[in-house]
Design a protein around this ligand. Structure first.
Ligand code: PMP
Length: 404
């Protein structure tokens, strides 16, 4: 991978912050956008813009073609069987809410159970809690060991004849742990239970193939994979999506409406009420093409090497505490240094032009499990370099000396 050439695709990387070159290590929160993505948004607004699906006129048909071609790009990217299985949403959060709401409505009743893990993002906890409040279901939690790996023996024990769905994250946004989701899906299926995979932190960094995983549902956000904000995906096996009721009501999702009886549109439109973000879907497709052109395997290998380098260098710092020592881990590193508050460390790194995230990372139950309030988190993307990691190390050393 020619990183210098790749970096030129991302205009923001030329910015300075407090007079220092920007070092952007907050990719877990959102990624920067290559020119092709931003250009596609601007160009579509300037030259194609028209509402999709309902127009006979030229622009509307062109916009519809672009929008549906983007669905096909997503299908190929995750190797779904059909575009009927690709539902556009606002992002991971909306995808999980859609699923919890409709699946809960169709298949869960009081006393039923959902299995999640202790390392879930709030967006894979709270939708199930809302459902629990509405329906009286209960939530079972897969524990982890001290390395930050889910305990599969405990997972197996959580199943009962009331278990209706498993919903788990593929890569932790705090620990970087890559969970063995293929095996976990297999275990769920052996109990006749479907499985939702939160791929928000995996899809930008590794090959995600829904057929290979045999995932029933899989969700992700465009903005974490170099695409625009406000667009995301819910993949669902057609046989499952067919059985679920609509989520929101409105235009597009209907076949016929009368005050006596309304019938719903076919998949995937049944779940896409209202005008979709058809500009965003084009941008998402451009982002996926951008990643595919570089090669997701190449990106994975490069980020793996960068992460190993960063871990090695971080461990050279005295008082360094890294959370998450899973054997299989991705390019997210959470840490604390001595008694320095994570907020102070993050703020001072920012003064050096280094953007990291601090806090609980929307995973408070995981913080409780770790017995901490927060961490500093550095998360890498395909444009980060070893030189930037060296700057991070120098920055931490400097701040550490200040505090000592
Ligand atoms: N799940 C995980 C694992 C995440 O890291 C995030 C974003 N931090 C989300 C879900 C929520 O994604 P979004 O805010 O794009 O809906």
């Amino acid at each position: 991978m020619d990183i210098q050439r790749i970096r030129e695709d991302f205009p923001i990387l030329n910015r300075t912050i407090y007079g220092k070159p920007l070092i952007y290590f907050d990719n877990g929160a959102t990624t920067q956008k290559p020119r092709v993505v931003v250009d596609s948004l601007v160009n579509e607004y300037y030259s194609v813009n028209a509402n999709v699906h309902r127009g006979v006129h030229y622009l509307s048909q062109q916009a519809t073609e672009l929008h549906e071609a983007s669905r096909e790009t997503v299908r190929q990217f995750i190797n779904a069987q059909s575009t009927n299985e690709i539902v556009f949403t606002r992002g991971t959060t909306e995808s999980i809410n859609l699923l919890a709401s409709t699946f809960g409505e169709a298949f869960m009743k009081e006393g039923d159970e959902v299995i999640v893990s202790v390392m879930e993002h709030h967006s894979n906890i709270v939708p199930w809690q809302l459902l629990a409040n509405r329906k009286g279901i209960s939530i079972k939690v897969i524990p982890m060991n001290d390395c930050g790996e889910l305990m599969l023996d405990e997972y197996k024990k959580l199943f009962s004849n009331r278990t209706k769905i498993v919903s788990i994250v593929q890569v932790s946004n705090v620990l970087g742990t890559v969970n063995p989701v293929k095996e976990m899906i297999r275990i769920a299926h052996a109990h006749g239970v479907p499985c939702l995979i939160d791929a928000a932190q995996s899809i930008p960094h590794m090959k995600v193939d829904v057929q290979e995983l045999d995932a029933d549902f899989l969700v992700f956000s465009g903005h974490k994979i170099y695409g625009p904000t406000g667009i995301g995906v819910l993949f669902g096996k057609e046989e499952w999506l067919d059985k679920l009721p609509p989520y929101q009501g409105g235009g597009e999702m209907i076949q016929h409406v009368s005050f006596e009886k309304t019938t719903f549109n076919e998949l995937p439109f049944k779940f896409e009420a209202g005008t979709p973000d058809y500009i965003g879907t084009t941008g998402l497709a451009k982002a996926l093409d951008y990643v595919s052109n570089i090669g997701i395997e190449q990106i994975a290998n490069y980020e793996q090497e960068l992460t190993e380098y960063a871990l090695k260098r971080l461990y050279e710092i005295p008082d360094m505490h890294i959370f998450g020592k899973a054997a299989d881990r991705g390019s997210v590193i959470s840490f604390q240094v001595g008694n320095i508050h994570h907020f102070d460390l993050g703020t001072l790194l920012d003064r050096l032009g280094i953007a990291v995230r601090t806090g609980h990372h929307c995973a408070q139950p995981l913080m409780q499990r770790l017995g901490i309030e927060g961490t500093v988190r550095a998360s890498f993307g395909l444009y980060n370099t070893k030189e930037e990691v060296d700057q991070l190390i120098m920055g931490i050393e400097r701040i550490r000396n200040m505090f000592n």
